[in-house]
Write a protein that binds this ligand. Structure first.
Ligand code: FE2
Length: 296
């Protein structure tokens, strides 16, 4: 299937949904409709990077109980490079976005602005993982719109189990936080780009220690704990390329004013990812709080 979306980008065609905070993309607890194509595909081979070792250990227990642990978030975040800030017209005219596209494919099909960012990212790739994927979005935000359906502090690429072992512990899915934070497998490695001065992802750039359950069903409690500590957060500078990894806490924020944004995320991972067509369709939707109304 194609993972590139090529279309005209206009304000009126921007998909808008009601903001629920539920986290449509980040740690959703909604059951996903299994598409026919997904059901027919063989499961990608398991890799250590996404092995839920804590859950495996608990599953062997007669009476499994999720215990707290001392969670250490190293929060590696570094701005590597600052590129020229593009005009809103250049963002809008770039047309092509990607959903888990292999890097070479994205480079081949990208519009000129996205291609220039991918070229700038290339020397920063570590080459330590089996796959390199590109996700990108061209979004028009009204003031107050949020790029994803959550503003929770979270990690990307968590180790998620949606199986009988999670259900036995009372949850449709569980993120194995202990396995991610204590390894030994290296987490996924990311390069992030965002073009805007009005809607910059916030990152933690210093280590943080929390007492957290080993397995969590969503990011609600983690978000509460981080907000209670209120650590200093860094806004990703406009048009910068930054590096972070699967142990770096970050969160989306609402747009301060109207405008276009190009967002690109490159991930190096051992996990083979075959995106579901239902994800491709809704990728790029912006989320609008209820009191301000949502169209479509
Ligand atoms: Fe994220």
């Amino acid at each position: 299937m194609t993972t590139a979306v090529r279309k005209e980008r206009t304000r009126s065609a921007q998909q808008v949904a009601r903001f629920t905070g539920e986290g449509a993309y980040h740690g959703s607890t909604r059951s996903r409709p299994a598409s026919t194509s997904a059901a027919q595909r063989p499961a990608p081979p398991p890799v250590d990077e996404v092995r839920p070792t804590t859950l495996e250990r608990l599953a062997a227990d007669d009476r499994p109980v999720i215990l707290p642990f001392d969670a250490h978030f190293p929060n590696l975040f570094r701005v590597l490079e600052e590129l020229p800030v593009p005009t809103e017209e250049a963002i809008q005219a770039d047309r092509v976005t990607f959903v888990w596209s292999p890097f070479a494919e994205a480079l081949d099909q990208a519009g000129p602005l996205t291609r220039s960012v991918l070229e700038a990212m290339r020397p920063h790739l570590t080459g330590r993982k089996r796959h390199i994927y590109i996700d990108s979005k061209i979004q028009f935000f009204a003031a107050g719109d949020v790029p994803v359906d959550s503003q929770h502090w979270h990690l990307d690429g968590t180790i998620v189990a949606r199986d009988e072992r999670a259900k036995r512990l009372g949850h449709p899915l569980l993120h194995d936080m202990r396995a991610r934070l204590e390894g030994p497998a290296e987490p996924p490695i990311y390069l992030a780009y965002q073009s805007s001065t009005h809607c910059a992802t916030r990152f933690l750039g210093a280590p943080l220690d929390l007492r957290l359950p080993e397995l969590i069903p969503d990011f609600d409690e983690l978000d509460r704990l981080v907000r209670a500590l209120d650590p200093p957060a860094l806004a990703q500078p406009p048009a910068s390329i930054a590096r972070f990894d699967g142990r770096t806490l970050h969160r989306a924020v609402a747009a301060e004013r109207p405008g276009w944004r190009l967002w690109i995320r490159c991930v190096e991972t051992d996990r083979e990812i075959l995106p579901d067509p239902s994800i491709v369709e809704c990728y790029g939707t912006v989320y609008r709080p209820l009191d301000r109304g949502a169209a479509g």
